[in-house]
Design a protein around this ligand. Sequence first.
Ligand SMILES: [Zn+2]
Length: 50
Amino acid sequence: MMALEAIKVISGAGAALEGRLLIHDGLAAETRTVRIGADPGCVVCRGQRG
Ligand SMILES: [Zn+2]
């Protein structure tokens, strides 16, 4: 699943999980995504996403 995300980011195809966290519960066979804002104190993502 993460390899597919890497391919999407590199190729620009489809909708990547940028700014979202994918949660897969294998026991319940459920998958959901939650939005995650940038951490203002993070040197990597601050100012890129709110
Ligand atoms: Zn960050």
